[in-house]
Design a protein around this ligand. Structure first.
Ligand code: ARG
Length: 470
C-alpha cells in the first residue's frame, strides 16, 4: 500500500508503507502540539503585521489553530501517521477547518525552522520545571539541615569513618550540588531561548519577515544569527541532556547514601513506608526500591546524552533527517529527571534520621584520632611524630575494645608523657566539630552562615520563579 503526501508535487507514486512507518514521527512529536500551535499563531501574526498575510486570513488562522488545539486536548483529533509529523497534522486539520487561508500559513517557513522552534519551546518549559523542582529539593534539604544542626555522624572518605560532622553539614553539601545544577539551567536557558523562526529551510527567506517580533510573541529573548546554523543547531538539547545527567548523578549519589544508611548495619535513616517496598518472600524486609530505581535510571539519562552526540557528530550542514532522532531521548530523559526530582523532594521531607545510631557509629570508629594528633602538635610535637604516636594509641584502644576517650590517662601517658588531663576535652566529639570554625567547615558557626546564605539565595530564586521564569 502507498500513501499520498502534502509535498508530493514532484512525486509520481505514493510512499511505501514500510518507509512511512520508518520515517514518520507523529507518535513522538505529537507531544509538541502546544508549541507547534503557539509557534504557528506567532508566525501568522507576524506575517499579517508585515503585510504578507491579510488580517482576515490571520484571524481565521489563529481561530482555526485554537479549534485544532481544543480538538487535541479533548481527544477528538485524529492523528494521521501518513501526514508524517505534528506539523503536517496540525496544518492539514487547520486547512480542513478554515479552507484556503490555512494553506497560507506556511509562507516563509519550513518544517526545518518550525521543528527547531517547537523543540526549543518544549525544552525551555521542561528545564524550567526541573529548576523549580530543584528549588523545592533545596528547600526541603535546608529545612532538614536546620533541624539537625546538632546531630553528629561520622563523615567518611573512602567510605571509611574519617572525622565527625554534623548532619546539617552533610545535607548542605547536597544543597550546593543542586544549586550548581540550578545555575547550569539558568545558563543553559539563555541558549535554549533563541528563536530559529525565519531561517526557513536553511538559507533564510525572500519574504520580509520579522523574526524579532515572533521571538517576542513567544517570550524568547534572542533570535538566530545564521539561518544554516539555526536549522541544524541542537547544542541546546545536548546542554539540556548534560544538565539532566548531572542532576541525575547528584540524585544517584544521594540515593546511594540512603541505601547504605537504610541498611541496618548503618541504621542512620528509616525510609518512610510510602517510599519503600516489602519483599514477597522475606517478611522482615523493607527495600529501598525508590532510591535504587533512581540510581538505576541515571544510566539511561547519561546514555541519551551520548546517543545525541553520536547523532550530531557526523552531520554536514544544514538540516538532515537524522535530527528527527534528537527528540525521543530528550523526552525520555525529561520523564526520568522530572519524576525523580519530584519524588526526591517528597521523600526528603519524610526521611526519619536516627541520631542515636549516627552517634553510636561515630563513637566506634576513632573519629577523634585527628584531634589527638593535633593535641600533641599543640604540645610541641612535629605532626608526623604526633601522627605515629596517635596511631599507637589507636592500636592500644582497639586491642582493649575501647574508644580513645575511654583510655585511662595512665595508659595514654605510658605511650606519650605529653598527654595530660586536658586531653579528654580534645577528644570530645562535639568539641572536634566546633573547632572547625573556618568558613565552609562543619563547625556550628560556618554551618549557620551556610544556612543563612542558602536561605537568602533560595528566597530570591523562589520569588523570581513566582513570576514564571528562572
Ligand atoms: N519530523 C521532522 C524532525 O523531527 C520535522 C522536520 C522535517 N523536515 C524535513 N525536511 N523533512 O526533524
Amino acid at each position: 500500500m502507498t500513501h499520498k503526501k502534502m509535498w508530493d508535487g514532484r512525486f509520481s507514486g505514493g510512499i511505501h508503507e514500510l518507509v512511512l512507518n520508518y520515517t514518520e514521527s507523529t507518535a513522538v512529536d505529537r507531544c509538541f502540539y502546544k508549541q507547534d500551535i503557539e509557534g504557528s499563531k506567532a508566525h501568522a501574526r507576524m506575517l499579517a503585521k508585515q503585510g504578507v498575510l491579510s488580517e482576515a486570513d490571520c484571524g481565521k488562522i489563529v481561530q482555526g489553530l485554537e479549534l485544532v488545539s481544543a480538538e487535541i486536548e479533548q481527544g477528538t483529533f485524529v492523528w494521521r501517521k501518513d501526514l508524517e509529523d505534528v506539523h503536517m497534522n496540525v496544518e492539514q486539520r487547520l486547512t480542513e477547518l478554515i479552507g484556503s487561508a490555512g494553506e497560507k500559513l506556511h509562507t516563509g517557513r519550513s518544517r526545518n525552522d518550525q521543528v527547531a522552534l517547537d523543540f526549543r519551546l518544549y525544552a525551555a518549559e521542561k528545564i524550567d520545571a526541573w529548576a523549580r523542582s530543584l528549588l523545592e529539593i533545596m528547600r526541603s534539604l535546608t529545612k532538614r539541615a536546620r533541624e539537625h544542626r546538632q546531630t553528629l555522624l561520622p563523615g567518611y572518605t573512602h567510605l571509611q569513618p574519617a572525622q565527625p560532622v554534623t548532619l546539617a553539614h552533610h545535607l548542605l553539601a547536597y544543597v550546593q550540588m543542586f544549586k550548581r545544577d540550578f545555575q547550569r539551567i539558568e545558563d543553559c536557558r539563555k541558549r535554549v531561548r533563541v528563536s530559529p523562526l525565519g531561517a526557513a529551510a536553511l538559507a533564510g527567506t525572500t519574504y520580509p519577515l520579522d523574526p524579532e517580533y515572533t521571538a517576542g510573541l513567544l517570550g524568547f529573548e534572542q533570535v538566530f544569527a545564521n539561518s544554516m546554523d539555526a536549522v541544524s543547531d541542537r547544542d541546546f538539547v545536548l546542554e539540556g541532556l548534560f544538565v539532566a545527567g548531572v542532576i541525575m548523578t547528584h540524585l544517584s549519589k544521594f540515593c546511594e547514601e540512603l541505601i547504605l544508611w537504610a541498611n541496618p548495619l548503618f541504621g542512620f535513616v528509616r525510609l518512610p513506608d510510602a517510599f519503600a517496598t516489602g519483599s514477597s518472600i522475606m517478611p522482615q524486609k523493607k527495600n529501598p526500591d525508590v532510591p535504587e530505581l533512581m540510581r538505576g535510571k541515571t544510566g539511561q539519562v547519561l546514555g541519551e546524552l551520548y546517543s545525541l552526540f553520536t547523532v550530531l557528530k557526523g552531520l554536514p550542514l544544514s538540516y538532515n533527517r537524522d535530527l528527527q532522532e534528537d527528540k525521543p531521548g530528550f523526552i525520555r530523559a525529561d520523564g526520568i529527571v522530572d519524576g525523580s526530582l519530584r519524588i526526591m523532594s517528597a521523600m526528603i521531607q519524610a526521611l526519619e534520621f536516627d541520631a542515636e545510631k549516627m552517634e553510636q557509629a561515630m563513637r566506634s570508629g576513632f573519629l577523634n584520632a585527628t584531634e589527638l594528633a593535633d593535641y600533641l602538635v599543640a604540645k610541641g610535637l612535629p605532626f608526623r611524630r604526633a601522627h605515629r604516636i596517635t596511631g599507637r594509641l589507636v592500636a592500644l584502644a582497639e586491642s582493649k575494645g575501647l574508644g580513645l576517650e575511654d583510655l585511662s590517662l595512665e595508659d595514654m601517658r605510658w605511650i606519650s608523657d605529653l598527654v595530660e588531663a586536658d586531653v579528654f576535652k580534645a577528644l570530645d566529639y562535639q568539641a572536634a566539630v566546633d573547632r572547625r570554625r573556618a568558613p565552609g567547615g562543619t563547625g556550628s558557626d560556618p554551618v549557620a552562615s551556610q544556612l543563612q546564605e542558602i536561605e537568602t539565595w533560595l528566597c530570591e530564586k523562589e520569588a523570581s520563579f513566582s513570576g514564571g521564569s528562572v
